[in-house]
Design a protein around this ligand. Structure first.
Ligand code: TRP
Ligand code: ZN
Length: 893
């Protein structure tokens, strides 16, 4: 690659210009040979102006130009120029046919972008800007073209030849080769192009759409994985039905294909009619896949399917609009999963992810609005902010409108913009037009980064029976903007009295504005400070605020611990019960952190009110068992860290450990009863009820294994050896491996090895096996993690393996990553930096993602922060650093 390509430059949203040319038709002839592939491309280019420009640049990277012709005439050297990243045509005609032939080497493409080889399969990944590694093109999403693709390859090596749309023709060629010709009837941007060639087996099914059209459904996998496709297929059919029912959206081709590949940078990709998946997001069977794995498959299959409308039929004008398709599609898949299982449980899981990781992103050097104003490398903006916060923003719109008006709005959006490449404003405008609402202030959610803080104070006046809530909003500065405008924030709420929920009479509200049950409402904040007065309030209430996590904000209200006990046990909002319980647990952990600082942690006893809440919850017969489990699980070390001004990972680990041990001993008999309810004969089903039962049982097992009796260890061992499913098997192994008790150590080692021997032929199981070791908080984690890199199961070019070991170690094992003491912490940082530097040469996208923990150096005390900073400097000085890593490092220094 020419050195000039490594000069990262910034692209700005404000500089957007429509394309000067469109590509009416794209004809690709892709000839795959051993070690080299020839791409013969014929493009019909038409200028959109009456005057042709002096130059036209087509993006292209790592291409070897073999020939070039315009309207059938070879171009001579004076008519074009090759520069870094582009082919520039000089004095192009208003309308012409460009034919180029390029040579590429997919076997050597380790970036997993463009056309590459994953084990035995040739496949593509074009989003965001990978198509330019296949041929010279106007590689931008607002250029939408009619694609015809001819693929040819050896019939023995690649019996299967797939691309987007419908198969027009196929047949044999000379020399043992064959071909297939595909045409996609829907115009699309090139990022949705896909091609697959290889030897795969197929699982087939079909779906009849609401209007009666038959769609063939095919999932292509390696033959050994044919028994792991049923769940993905069922999920796909459920998603297709759901999108018809909830959004009125039907599928629009006669065939829908999913291909599973091992080497993939992300979860999956929504290429038109030909989704390509990371095997981890499609394969599932009870013996090898955990409950979380089953749910991930269901969610990702639905997500990619839903993109057919939110992304493909209506696409993005430019990459700044990424959240247009991702935020909306994450919202759609979250609502789908909620409908398939338990809505409150799904909400708790999503909010936990958002608050642990997206809030950290918003508080770090890479903070950006869900629609960034600029970027250097777009791959770096496939973030929790664009996806998860983007989903929260759509959720707020949906909640502000209610189901009928939101549906009216999305209908208008899909109808108005079908076949177009549009912006987030177009999305919000369609919702505003359909509902007659004014969302101009709401647009700030798209333009401002940072997590707003709501500070709530209240006052109850016994004489006037008035209750006053004052809410202030403030958003801390982020790199792109220091002075924030107020946001439009919906605050769902209720008031709890002694005997239950109180009726809400909001001053200034006419009675018909109020919901019928009168105990739940949504306050809309639009200013920096607002006051809400409730009249006829018979007693001093406890406010239940931000129900269902109605906005992605931090809520600050001085709850007493008794208030939290009350909300934990009695709030009618399931999410806020969870939230109150977590707040109470957080208060107890804060006590423990304080004791750690005073060197009194050894004698720590937790506030009895937390145990009292837990005891009551354990007795509640109606409570969803998954909710019970999530209420009993202490906030993660990552979540606790997010709450601190200065993060001390060791203090957090010790404090949390001591609180957990105290809970385990106080609730020993309850946990024992739960853990011993394991029944190896029960048939495995990945349904909400059973998932919840396993979760609470395994939560109890985790607690017991902090300080296990011999009988506890035997319970754990029995589950490990008798489980008929990976959820219970892995939970038991994890509990055993995490156990600090010296008596268990040798046993754990033995079981780890036995597990490997049992499952070494299943890569996805081995990913979990690697991850549970990388996550293990026991001393010596860095050495153990380094040893994993030398294990035969490790593969330094497979993103799943890299994430399972290096990603998990540096993100989910803080006590080992940050070292035992502040002095020896540099070793973990150096390890990560070495890995990033080595990986960057092969796969910049993955290297850049791995970097994240180091970018948070400002959150740590001087000694640690400086050691992290030094490693960032060292990465920054690496010759030939990719634009991906370069952007993140320079923004973090
Ligand atoms: N659009 C994909 C999704 O559904 C994201 C994606 C898949 C992606 N592979 C990628 C983005 C590679 C960048 C690079 O979320
Ligand atoms: Zn997506």
């Amino acid at each position: 690659m020419p050195e000039s390509l490594h000069q990262p430059n910034t692209v700005y949203l404000k500089d957007y210009q429509p394309p000067t040319y469109t590509i009416e038709k794209t004809y690709l002839d892709v000839a795959i040979h051993k070690g080299e592939t020839f791409v013969d491309s014929t493009l019909n280019l038409v200028c959109r102006d009456s005057d042709a420009p002096r130059e036209l640049a087509l993006a292209g990277e790592q291409l070897e130009l073999v020939s070039i012709a315009v309207d059938g005439e070879p171009l001579d050297k004076a008519q074009y120029r090759l520069e870094a990243g582009a082919l520039v045509l000089l004095n192009p005609k208003l309308s012409f046919q460009l034919q180029t032939v390029v040579r590429i080497e997919p076997e050597k493409n380790s970036s997993l972008e463009g056309l590459y080889r994953s084990r035995t399969i040739y496949c593509t990944q074009c989003e965001a800007e990978g198509f330019r590694k296949i041929t010279y093109y106007l590689d931008r999403p607002d250029v939408m073209s009619d694609f015809t693709t001819r693929i040819s390859a050896s019939k023995a090596e690649c019996p299967l030849l797939l691309s987007n749309g419908n198969l027009l023709e196929s047949g044999d060629l000379e020399n043992g080769r064959h071909f297939a010709l595909w045409h996609d009837p829907h115009k699309k941007p090139c990022y949705l192009f896909a091609l697959v060639a290889g030897d795969l087996s197929v699982v087939e099914d079909s779906f009849v759409t609401a209007s009666g059209r038959n769609v063939e459904l095919k999932i292509f996998v390696e033959e050994k994985d044919l028994d792991k496709c049923a769940h993905a297929m069922n999920s796909l059919k459920s998603a297709m039905r759901w999108d018809e029912k909830v959004y009125g959206r039907e599928y629009d081709l006669d065939i829908f294909m999913i291909v599973a590949v091992d080497d993939f940078n992300m979860g999956a990709m929504e290429n038109k009619g030909l989704n390509i998946f990371n095997t981890s997001c499609v394969l599932a069977k009870p013996e090898t896949t955990t409950d979380a794995g089953f749910q991930r498959v269901e969610g990702v299959v639905a997500h990619e399917y839903f993109h057919n409308w939110s992304g493909n039929r209506v696409t993005c004008r430019d990459w700044f609009q990424l959240s247009l398709k991702e935020g909306f599609t994450v919202y759609r898949d979250a609502e789908f999963s909620a409908d398939m299982g338990s809505p409150t449980v799904k909400r708790v899981e999503d909010v936990t992810l958002l608050r642990t990781h997206q809030f950290a992103e918003d508080a770090g050097p890479m903070a950006h609005p869900i629609r960034p104003a600029s970027y250097m490398e777009i791959s770096n903006f496939y973030t929790l902010t664009v996806y998860e916060k983007g989903c929260e923003v759509v959720r707020m719109l949906a909640n502000l409108l209610g189901p009928e008006l939101f549906r009216k709005g999305t209908d208008l959006y899909f109808e108005r913009h079908d076949g177009q490449a549009v912006t987030t404003e177009d999305f919000v405008q369609a919702l505003a037009d359909a509902s007659d609402r004014d969302f101009s202030l709401f647009q700030n959610w798209y333009n401002q980064a940072g997590t707003p803080e709501l500070t709530v104070t209240d006052h109850y006046d016994e004489n006037s029976r008035q209750y006053t809530l004052t809410i202030k909003q403030f958003t801390p500065p982020t790199p792109e903007c220091t002075d924030k405008q107020p946001f439009h924030i919906p605050v769902a709420m209720g008031l709890l009295g002694e005997a239950g929920e109180l009726a809400l009479n909001l001053e200034g509200n006419t009675p018909e504005d109020l919901p019928s049950d009168n105990t739940h409402m949504v306050l809309e904040l639009t200013e920096a400070e607002q006051t809400f007065v409730f009249t006829n309030v018979p007693e001093r209430p406890v406010p239940s605020l931000l129900r269902g996590f109605s906005a992605p904000v931090k809520l600050k209200y001085e709850y007493s611990r008794d208030d939290l006990v009350k909300l934990s046990l009695h709030d009618s909002d399931g999410f806020n019960r969870y939230e109150a319980c977590q707040k109470l647990a957080m208060a107890v952990i804060d006590d423990a952190l304080h004791a750690y600082t005073c060197d009194e942690l050894e004698h720590f006893t937790p506030d009895a009110r937390l145990l009292q809440v837990y005891r009551s919850l354990l007795l509640e017969s109606e409570l969803d068992q998954a909710m019970l489990a999530y209420m009993l699980i202490l906030p993660s070390e990552g979540y606790i860290a997010e709450q601190q001004d200065v993060i001390d990972p060791i203090a957090i680990h010790e404090a949390r450990r001591v609180v957990a041990a105290a809970i385990a001993s106080a609730l020993r008999s309850q946990f024992q009863r739960l853990a011993e309810s394991f029944d190896p004969a029960q048939e495995y089903k990945p349904v909400a009820r059973d998932i919840a039962a396993r979760l609470i049982r395994n939560t109890a097992l985790d607690y017991l294994m902090i300080k296990p009796s011999e009988s506890n260890t035997n319970t754990c061992l029995a589950q490990l050896n008798q489980a008929n499913n990976m959820t219970d098997e892995l939970a038991a192994l994890t509990a055993l491996v995490n156990c600090d008790a010296p008596a268990v150590k040798a046993l754990a080692e033995k079981q780890l090895e036995a597990f490997y021997q049992k499952w070494h032929h299943e890569p996805l199981v081995i990913n979990s096996w690697l991850a549970l070791q990388a996550r293990n908080a026991r001393p010596g984690g860095l050495e153990r993690t380094k040893a994993l890199l030398d294990h035969p199961a490790y593969d330094a070019s497979n993103p799943n393996k890299i994430r399972s070991v290096i990603g998990v170690f540096s993100n989910a094992n803080p006590v080992n990553f940050h070292g035992g003491t502040a002095q020896d912490s540099a070793a973990g940082y150096k390890f990560l930096a070495d890995q990033v530097i080595a990986l960057d040469r092969k796969n910049p996208q993955i290297a850049a993602r791995l970097l994240t923990p180091l970018t948070r150096w400002r959150r740590y005390a001087e000694s640690r922060g400086q050691a992290m900073y030094q490693e960032l400097l060292r990465i920054n000085e690496t010759a030939g650093l990719s634009p991906d890593c370069s952007e993140i490092v320079t923004k973090s220094l």
